[in-house]
Design a protein around this ligand. Structure first.
Ligand SMILES: [Zn+2]
Length: 103
């Protein structure tokens, strides 16, 4: 388990799936790259008890800190998303599934 209580099998599966940020599609930088482009663990629905392959994703630190405690729907209306062209349609399939399920 990592510090978010994500079991190893799930962590490996998500790392394999999310090769770039699920929100902005940005390529992750390595430790020499800029901090905001590095990968971080994210719960799409901000509930740390939902530890499933549908809710655990990797996104860049920039998106993660912008989203913070906002719900996905509210965050989509933020300047951060608007200026970067982040929309429901532009996000990764795993995120779109969450949106589809909630609406
Ligand atoms: Zn991002």
């Amino acid at each position: 388990m990592n510090r978010w209580n994500i079991p190893n099998w799930l962590e490996l599966e998500v790392i394999e799936r999310d090769r770039c940020c699920v929100y902005c599609g940005g390529k992750f930088s390595d430790k020499n790259g800029s901090r905001r482009n590095r990968a971080s663990w994210e719960h799409i629905i901000n509930d740390v008890s939902i530890i499933t392959r549908e809710n655990i994703v990797l996104c860049c630190i920039g998106c993660n800190s912008s989203k913070g405690a906002k719900s996905l729907v509210n965050w989509l209306d933020s300047n951060y998303c608007i200026t970067r062209g982040i929309t429901r349609e532009s996000m990764a399939a795993v995120v779109q599934s969450v949106l589809a399920a909630k609406i």
